[in-house]
Design a protein around this ligand. Structure first.
Ligand code: MN
Ligand code: MN
Length: 389
């Protein structure tokens, strides 16, 4: 629940009035910019304001961060107002491009390698560290605050997507080692690290963010002897290597806390749909859903109660969003396979599907509900379909 809606519910009239004033302000801001509505969905529930578009063209915006070693482009609640629960970053690193040592204070980081090879390093609060080489189809998860880095490897570097479980998060306001060092007196650095002050003369004077150095050595790269004390839970997972659940119209590979124990606040999935197939009508009681369309052409409808539904068409590197609890379905409306990466902000995967719900109710009740004869339900599925076809 957003702060506004929480206060509206708990705090009574004055707080509710404040919330409504904020809605009005957002609507005004919206009409100034001429885009889709800027009202976050949770604040819309139970109100007669129009439903927004749930699509953001991440692939086609200009990268906000560009360096010789790579680039990053970001979507969060600031440029995509419905996305109150998630921020996403598409990033490319050249071979030897390094997303420097950093950590995040207000979000966990879930990532999927779209292309190429990379090396991640991470340290946990117990002082345990891990160095992993990951490739296309692999996932990593860094709990909030774990220090980490990402480096592009040969031959072609890497492209990946980062997903953060906080829409107010910005990847471009993270805690970087160079930024901290540049804002620490040199005598403190010298005292802390046990070397002469002049050691730091040529260190960066501001945040490096992405640096570019020599292409790292062959895989597996040997870490310095004694430098690693492996953590009890690995930060990496080979999602594409997992045997998928297969349906007539497509497949799903799911990685929740059950399969990947360190990922205790996020679940990911890779969905494929054949042309014409439908990922059936469902909702998630416990999570918002963030999507990155990787291939093909899809169409998603989000149902938001009070007669509202919003339909968008998605192509490669478009982002989709579904507020917690809202009904939705995805169709492959193109001629090629549709591939969608799905991320939910709970380590436990939950869903309720329309087929399963109808099948679990007596036909007499359904006949009453829809005011049609019971025979209307004779041919319907006896359990969950998940993907049609
Ligand atoms: Mn990070
Ligand atoms: Mn879903």
């Amino acid at each position: 629940m957003t702060e506004v809606s929480r206060r509206g519910l708990i705090g009574g009239g004055a707080a509710l009035a404040g919330g409504l004033a904020m809605l009005a302000n957002q609507a005004a801001a919206q009409s100034d910019t001429g885009g889709g509505t800027a009202v976050p969905p949770e604040e819309m529930l139970g109100k007669s304001v129009p439903f927004p578009s749930f699509r953001f063209p991440l692939g086609s915006i200009t990268a906000q961060k560009q360096y010789p070693g790579g680039w990053g482009k970001e979507v969060n609640a600031q440029n995509f107002p419905p996305s109150v629960a998630f921020a996403g970053v598409l990033m490319e690193l050249k071979p030897g491009g390094l997303r420097e040592l950093h950590w995040h204070a207000n979000a966990a980081e879930w990532a999927y390698v779209i292309d190429g090879n990379c090396r991640i390093t991470v340290i946990d609060p117990g002082g345990k560290s891990e160095v992993l080489t990951l490739s296309a189809g692999d996932v990593w998860f860094f709990p909030r605050g774990h220090g980490h880095s990402i480096e592009g490897l040969g031959p072609n570097g890497t492209t990946f997507v980062l997903v953060f479980d906080n829409g107010a998060f910005s990847e471009f306001a993270t805690f970087s080692i160079t930024d901290w060092f540049a804002h620490t007196p040199l005598d403190v650095l010298a005292k802390n690290l046990g070397v002469p002050v002049q050691t730091f003369a040529d260190f960066p004077k501001q945040e490096a963010y992405i640096s570019l150095g020599a292409v790292p050595g062959p895989i597996p790269w040997p870490p310095a002897p004694g430098s690693l004390d492996t953590p009890p839970l690995t930060h990496g997972f080979h999602l594409l290597a997992q045997e998928p659940r297969t349906y007539g119209g497509g497949t799903i590979r799911l990685v929740s806390e059950k399969e990947f124990p360190i990922s205790d606040s996020m679940t990911g999935a890779l969905l494929t749909l054949k042309p014409g197939a439908l990922r059936e009508m469902h909702w998630h009681p416990n999570a918002d859903e963030w999507q990155l369309y990787l291939a093909g052409t899809g169409q998603m409808t989000v149902f938001g109660s009070a007669g509202r539904a919003s339909t968008d068409r998605f192509g490669k590197l478009d982002v989709g969003y579904v507020p917690r609890g809202c009904g939705h379905y995805i169709e492959n409306v193109g001629d090629d396979e549709l591939q969608v990466l799905l991320v939910l902000n709970s380590g436990t995967y939950q869903e309720i599907s329309v087929t399963q719900w109808l099948a679990s109710n007596p036909k007499s009740l359904l006949a009453n509900n829809f005011s049609v004869p019971e025979t209307a339900f004779d041919g319907m599925p006896k359990g969950e379909v998940f993907i049609t076809g």
